[in-house]
Design a protein around this ligand. Sequence first.
Ligand SMILES: [Zn+2]
Length: 91
Amino acid sequence: MAVPISHPFAGPDCTGWHQTLDALVDGEAGSLCSARAEAHAAECPACARRLAAAHAYKRALRRAGDAERAPIELRESVMASLRGVRRSRTP
Ligand SMILES: [Zn+2]
């Protein structure tokens, strides 16, 4: 597989680090793996950028998740209309 031009420092051995770096960001890498991956990223600009991008992506996902939560006013109006429906159905 060809190394992208925007990734000039990536050596052929870096592909092996990518999975570990992704697992590190997901909190799925063991502590030994995390330490080794962080040490590698400290010496490898390409992997450092990948790690930073993965962290930024993760943060963006979390923000998107927060934004999708319905505002409390909407929730209350939905609950109120549900109560209204239930009340109108019972005799
Ligand atoms: Zn690397």
